[in-house]
Design a protein around this ligand. Structure first.
Ligand SMILES: Cc1cc2nc3c(=O)[nH]c(=O)nc-3n(C[C@H](O)[C@H](O)[C@H](O)COP(=O)(O)OP(=O)(O)OC[C@H]3O[C@@H](n4cnc5c(N)ncnc54)[C@H](O)[C@@H]3O)c2cc1C
Length: 275
């Protein structure tokens, strides 16, 4: 059973900060990690390898430092990795990202199952898995929390729905997106991690020419959507917790309301409370 796992390197935060001038993500000082859902996808692939044999290859598109998540995956038990990195890939929307990943997968050759995380904690769209399946014309199951069986080239999975779950069967090769409740990812083994960091041997680094794509098909040029403006939401109101006994807190609240625009409403409120 040969698996390909898509892994994205993401900032170690869900509170992404944007540069107000450029609209770009402020990466300075942010630690990068393996996207949490992708660790579950990798664990699921490693479990399949433990049960049925075969190999696990991880694939990531990103800047050169994304090699760190590939090394981490190899430390956890993946056999090999591919890093897609090229200036031409920069500024890709989900359409161009999924196209690039799909073209790399075509070049990687034979596989039985592609596993992705459901969602990346920075981009947050959950579009890449379904789009890659579409480019490769594969059956897909999203929100998978259990791989029940693999028999006679048929994959049976359970997927989470809003109000329950669903059992699906599809023919291999296929693509699944995985959610966190599926498993607990194993820790990387130090010897494997050191091996991956020292040798980088099982990691191939490919650029646009290596996967046979043209610059106009990838990155910003190949993107169908363009960001006009990005901004972090501004919170106009500031919260304040009043301390003390009930009567004291209400008096203080009324005083503060009188100071603000709500003076009329405040008088009515005070009358009701007989304060
Ligand atoms: C117009 C536009 C411009 C953009 N410009 C940039 C930019 O300059 N720089 C930038 O970093 N982002 C940019 N983005 C965001 C970028 O397109 C998305 O981060 C990317 O397409 C993945 O989408 P997502 O993060 O929502 O992943 P999701 O769809 O939420 O991810 C689901 C799963 O897909 C897999 N996956 C996702 N991305 C990758 C990847 N890169 N490699 C391997 N597996 C992956 C993982 O398994 C992940 O769990 C831009 C987006 C738009 C719309």
């Amino acid at each position: 059973m040969d698996c390909i796992v898509l892994i994205k390197q993401v900032p170690d935060t869900t509170e992404v900060q944007l540069d107000p001038k450029t609209g770009n993500l402020i990466r300075q000082g942010l630690k990068s990690i393996m996207n949490p859902d992708d660790a579950h996808a990798l664990e699921a692939a490693l479990n399949l390898k433990d049960r049925f044999g075969g190999k696990v290859t991880v694939l990531s598109m990103g800047p050169s430092q994304a090699i760190d998540v590939i090394s981490e995956a190899i430390g956890m038990g993946a056999d090999a990795g591919v890093l897609l990195t090229d200036r031409a890939f920069a500024g890709a929307d989900t359409w161009a990202t999924s196209f690039t990943l799909a073209e790399a997968i075509r070049k990687m050759g034979r596989y039985d199952l592609i596993l992705c995380g459901r969602q990346a904690i920075d981009g947050d769209t959950a579009q890449i898995g379904p789009q890659v399946a579409d480019w490769l014309d594969l059956p897909q199951a999203t929100y998978v929390f259990e791989i029940e069986a693999v028999q006679s080239r048929l994959l049976t999975v359970k997927r989470r729905l809003e109000d329950g779950s669903e059992r699906l069967q599809c023919r291999l090769p296929a693509l699944i997106t995985v959610i966190g409740e599926m498993n607990t990812p194993r820790f990387p083994r130090v010897d494997r991690l050191l091996g991956a960091c020292r040798e980088r041997a099982p990691v191939r680094v490919w650029n646009a020419a290596d996967i046979g794509v043209k610059t106009r098909q990838v990155g910003l040029e190949g993107s169908l959507t363009h960001v006009i403006r990005t901004f972090a939401p501004k919170f106009k109101r500031e919260g304040k917790i009043l301390e003390g006994g009930k009567a004291q807190v209400v008096r203080e609240l009324i005083r503060k309301l009188k100071e603000s625009e709500g003076a009329t409403a405040c008088k009515a409120f005070a009358a009701t409370c007989r304060l």
